[in-house]
Design a protein around this ligand. Sequence first.
Ligand SMILES: [Zn+2]
Length: 455
Amino acid sequence: MGRTQRQRHRRGPQTTIDSSDSLHVLFGQLHALGWRNHSQLSALNFPQTGRGLCSKRTRFQAGDELIRLPASCLISIATLESDAQFKALFNTDLFDKDSRMSFQSLVACYLMHQQHLHDTTQNSPWSAYLGTLPGSYTTPYFCAMSELQCLPESVLERTVAQNRQIRDYYQLLKSLVGAQHCECCGQRYCEDIWTLEEYRRAYFAVNTRSVYLNAHQLQPPARSHFRALLNGSANLALAPFLDLFNHSDSVRTTAELQLVPGSKSQDYVLTLDALSKPELRPYEQLFISYGALPNLKLLTEYGFYLERNAHDYFEFTLSDIEQLIAHNKQLAAQSYHRNIFKFIREHNLMDQMFVHIQDGCSHNLRVVLHLIFKQQAHFPNVLNQIAFGDVDQFDNVQPELSYLLAHKIKEYRGFVGAMEQLPQLTESGTVAHGYLLECLRYLHDFEAAHCEANS
Ligand SMILES: [Zn+2]
């Protein structure tokens, strides 16, 4: 199946109403900052992805530049460091080395700051960009409670972690800025403005749309205001217009800052390194790669998944195997020494237990199934010899692998069934439902390729 025919599952109506006007204004602003759009990119709505980018005139081959955007068009650490009004909100005396925030969460705050400037004074330099941001996001984080109850542990784990992080950073923001009143309108931060609801949206705007940028390559400010507040690198940026490129598993792209010859300024350049066909014609959607990411990651971080994603795999946990034992009569009848599970945990063998449609069962999954079901030892030194010894002995972990797959398929069918019982689904719920079906397809295909002949 050609990739353009392939189904892709993203949001439905994903842009705010005035987004095409905003794009028009944004074009003008970026042009004023030196962007020349030499690849003649245009935003269009594509049936498979919604809004995306194509060129109306240019053909693209491997090695071609997709876009070259002046670094001054980006929202990066340099932008925040040079915004005196924004910096003034953060009193450095209140910074505490034991409670820092991620750069991502600070950029989310910057977006709220600019949005408020726009709403009250119409005076944000980023108004047009803000107008191009989606009004909602389709990550499982925004699922209704009833939908979350129909989702697997792997998705919930990530969603819960995101929730914890957002709440923690919002609390920190409250303690740093919350007591102040806004100069322009007198309202209080984190009470009347900068609500948690707004922060969630801003957080996912950055989560889903930021690009990687090596901040060390940016011209550093004379004195950093935010360094003592941040708990990690500032290696990301928001890239107006450029963030309309959608992701595909069939291209490889690179991004880098390049010094403009004969000047001190820099360009952020995206290059198409490889693609699955000889060339892309005008009006064909141009994609970039967000990385070699499996669907679980695409869903939880970006709110979409790809059908037959080339980078997909399906991961298992030790509790999946424990549940399998509890639910399978034949396996439940046997006894399992607790030392074996202890050994597996102590050596982190439960990490990277996955199946891959081409490569089969991962090494760690094979080792763990072997240790639990195929051998009798339980002394650590013997388990050690087995686990880290000759690889060949792990080959036959059937029929346990088949049982495990059948168990997972049953579990995911249960999730899909429960979701279909709900009277209606949110946008996030609809995407998550499709993701579950894609997981089922993957597990069935794996079963057909790797299990049925052996079991
Ligand atoms: Zn105000």
